[in-house]
Design a protein around this ligand. Structure first.
Ligand SMILES: Cc1ncc(COP(=O)(O)O)c(C=O)c1O
Length: 377
């Protein structure tokens, strides 16, 4: 278990922030990196040609380490939706086959598949929220050889409902289906290894559990798809782009591995240093230790929530960093606003109140949460 790390963040004592699933705060060290990044842009002679490559390589390497991949398997993207668009541009579900999604899945991981299904004359198969909360069984029950593609998260973004991706990956391979993952609500907090799951593509935006900035993300591309088609045609993704003097010797060949899929201006001198500092800290803590520590917090919150008739999913069916509490008579919509007025921050998605802590939360925050809930309910 990791002790409370609040001293590394800029969180006033009176603020109880339980909303990492909405947007994480930055580490103080990441804020310093952002300031230094802005200062370098103020003096652009300090940004040299090798920096266009070394910053991205370091970030790739650190994200790859978190998910059991190699640096060359990682592309730089600005958003989850961009990474999912790269995936869709490189997958060809046969006509009449089905693309499997979850009920109430995050829209960036829905619209793109609606479009692909229309283009390929394929169908969508939406797995309904299982009454017992067991998404893994519900997905396995729906997964037959009519399914060519599954687009899934590791836990549901509304309430943390957990999906056993290793089991689903194994079954997907048996029926010949590809797996595309949106890890935005889990990467950095929930252990995940591409070698166990073997997805075709997996994306994560950095501004939640990767403790990074908005407008940054990483896309894992399986070696099986690394000769695929990028969705834009930027100069730096071309082979030999390190030699700025020769850029007008136009070339058709591309940078090796997943680098060909990088968004234009992926070196992102303003934001990537911020994301990199956060990745260094996450790697130093270790994702299993982060998960165990956050589970300790959510277990305590789930237990105290019972007094107020707030129901969480069974412990083994929810991700440890993520709590979705359901009110006895529904109607959570006004609750987040009333708690925020008391400096207690949660969010409401669907009929669940999301309580999503991180290592900065302490006992006083939990007391504040329950004090505010007692007054609001
Ligand atoms: C599951 C999930 N995926 C992705 C995102 C962000 O998507 P994008 O990067 O396309 O804005 C969010 C934001 O709430 C999310 O909850």
């Amino acid at each position: 278990m990791i002790l409370c790390q609040r001293h590394l963040f800029d969180l006033p004592e009176e603020v109880a922030y339980f909303n990492c699933a909405y947007m994480s705060p930055l580490l103080n060290s990441a804020v310093a990196a952002g300031r230094e990044a802005a200062a370098r842009k103020a003096q652009p002679w300090r940004i040299t040609t090798p920096d266009f490559f070394s910053g991205p390589e370091r970030a790739r390497e650190l994200f790859a380490r978190l998910i059991g991949a190699a640096a060359g398997d990682i592309a730089l993207v600005p958003a989850a939706s961009y990474g999912l668009s790269v995936a869709a541009a490189n997958l060809k579900p046969p006509a009449g086959s089905r693309i499997l999604l979850l009920q109430d899945q995050f829209p960036s991981n829905v619209y793109v598949w609606r479009k692909l299904a229309t283009e390929r004359a394929a169908d969508l198969l939406t797995v309904a929220r299982p009454p017992d909360g067991d998404w893994t069984q519900a997905i396995l029950a729906a997964l037959d050889d009519s399914v060519s593609l599954l687009a899934l998260p590791h836990c549901h973004w509304t309430d943390g409902g957990l999906i056993d991706l290793a089991r689903i990956g194994g079954r997907a391979r048996e029926v010949g289906a590809e797996l595309v993952l949106d890890l935005t609500q889990s990467a950095g907090a929930l252990p995940f290894d591409v070698r166990d799951v073997q997805p075709a593509f997996a994306v994560a935006a950095t501004y939640k559990w990767l403790l990074g900035p908005y407008y940054c993300g990483f896309l894992y591309v399986s070696p099986r798809y690394q000769d695929g088609r990028p969705i834009e045609f930027n100069w730096i993704a071309r082979a030999g782009s390190q030699d700025f003097a020769r850029l007008v010797d136009y070339r058709e060949d591309l940078q090796p591995g997943a680098r060909r899929f990088d968004v234009g201006e992926g070196a992102n001198f303003g934001l990537l240093p911020v994301a990199t500092v956060a990745l260094e800290q996450l790697n130093a803590w270790g994702v299993p230790a982060i998960q165990a520590s956050l589970r300790g917090l959510t277990d305590r919150i789930a237990e105290r929530a019972q007094e107020l008739q707030l129901r969480a999913a069974p412990r083994d069916l929810r991700a440890g960093h993520f709590l979705g509490l359901r009110l006895p008579q529904g109607g959570a919509s006004d609750l987040a606003r009333r708690l925020a007025a008391e400096n207690v921050h949660v969010s409401v998605r669907g009929d669940a109140m999301r309580v999503t802590p991180h290592l900065y939360n302490n006992d006083a925050d939990i007391d504040r949460l329950f004090g505010a809930l007692h007054r609001a309910l």
